[in-house]
Design a protein around this ligand. Structure first.
Ligand code: DAH
Length: 344
């Protein structure tokens, strides 16, 4: 029968030889486990005299605690040295690129609108919006397009009822502002918004598109003011050397009316397939607000004059970035959207 002393010596020797966590765990069970060395010792209790039992029990217990303590200390020293080993072996390459976080971009139509609105607000214009479901009165009549006028044909749209329709142009916001501000002149506004037409969608037409309307009314406003304002916009949007030309045109709400063309960005005016060999690309419509339009809004057309322009934002985006099909601006293909993370 082994004595407490023998078991202690044996255990200490075994623990001394244990050189890794796995061995140590095995020994812990062999020494302290239910069928371990100490349990065997305890069995000897039965054969002792009653008065010897407490002393024996105490001794075994002391030994148990001593061995437990040794095991605990060995475990933590193993863990510590393993950690140190790992730390010294592990190398972190801080030059490796991190996982990139995907962030959203502004839609190209928003980028273009923002750029235009920023420019005009910096020149003192106020941004004004209007309803998309508009009265016939503001969309057509006040723009000098009376009922049954053939010009309505070009801007057929979706009617909600006889007098309400989805606005065909942001000129409807212009006629509203002229009325509401007729006693609060001068007027200097920039009006963005969605517009609608009964168009068959194709590469350059969509039943819904975005326009921005500019309007300035004051005393002594001349065509040259319009030209200068548009030149600033052209260079701001398309680059410092961007040239424009004004070409005579016709709109019911302006007199005289002009179509504004950009020198073709592709061939710089030489003539190519993008500009249909003309060297110019049409960007927007503009003109001096028709005296009749001013008078209908209650503004004295002898004292006041002004200019207006209406620009298709979709068209500007297509020209600037070479987008061939307007529908790709509305189908939300992320591969296209990812290409626009800033305006430049
Ligand atoms: N409303 C016209 C259109 O949608 C664009 C336009 C032309 C607006 C001339 C204007 C303007 O303010 O003066 O085709």
């Amino acid at each position: 029968m082994s004595s407490i002393h023998d078991i202690k010596e044996e255990s200490l020797q075994l623990l001394k030889d244990a050189d890794n966590l796995e061995k140590l765990e095995k020994l812990r069970v062999e020494i302290l486990g239910k069928k371990g060395l100490l349990a065997d010792l305890m069995k000897q209790m039965r054969d002792l005299d009653k008065d010897e039992r407490p002393v024996f029990g105490q001794k075994v217990n002391d030994l148990k605690q001593e061995l437990e303590k040794i095991i605990r200390e060995k475990i933590s020293s193993f863990i510590e040295s393993e950690m140190l080993k790992k730390l010294s072996e592990e190398k972190i390459d801080i030059t490796l690129p991190g996982a990139s976080l995907k962030h959203g971009n502004k839609h190209p139509l928003t980028l273009m609108s923002d750029a235009i609105l920023e420019l005009y607000t910096s020149m003192g214009y106020t941004v004004v919006k209007g309803p998309e479901i508009e009265l016939d009165k503001y969309n057509f009549e006040r723009a000098n397009i009376p009922e049954n006028h053939p010009a309505r044909e070009m801007q057929d749209t979706f009617f909600v009822d006889v007098e309400r329709l989805l606005r065909t142009h942001t000129t409807a916001i212009q006629t509203r502002v002229l009325e509401s501000e007729s006693n609060n002149l001068p007027i200097k506004v920039i009006c963005p918004g969605k517009t609608y037409r009964r168009d068959d969608d194709d590469a350059t037409h969509s039943h819904q598109f975005i326009q921005i309307e500019g309007l300035l009314i004051d005393e002594n406003i001349k065509m040259t003011d319009l030209k200068g304002t548009l030149e600033v916009m052209a260079t701001h949007l398309f680059g410092d050397d961007q040239k424009i030309r004004l070409r005579p045109s016709y709109f019911q709400f302006t007199e005289p009316s002009v179509e504004v063309d950009l020198v073709c960005f592709n061939c710089k005016g030489e003539g190519c397939s993008v500009c249909k060999q003309t060297g110019w690309i049409e960007l927007l419509g503009a003109g001096m607000v028709h005296p009749k339009v001013l008078e209908m809004a209650g503004i004295d057309s002898l004292r006041y004059s002004g200019f207006a322009f209406g620009l298709g934002v979709d068209r500007a985006v297509m020209l600037k970035y070479g987008v061939k099909d307007i529908r790709s601006l509305y189908t939300n293909d992320v591969r296209l959207l990812d290409m626009f993370d800033r305006f430049d």
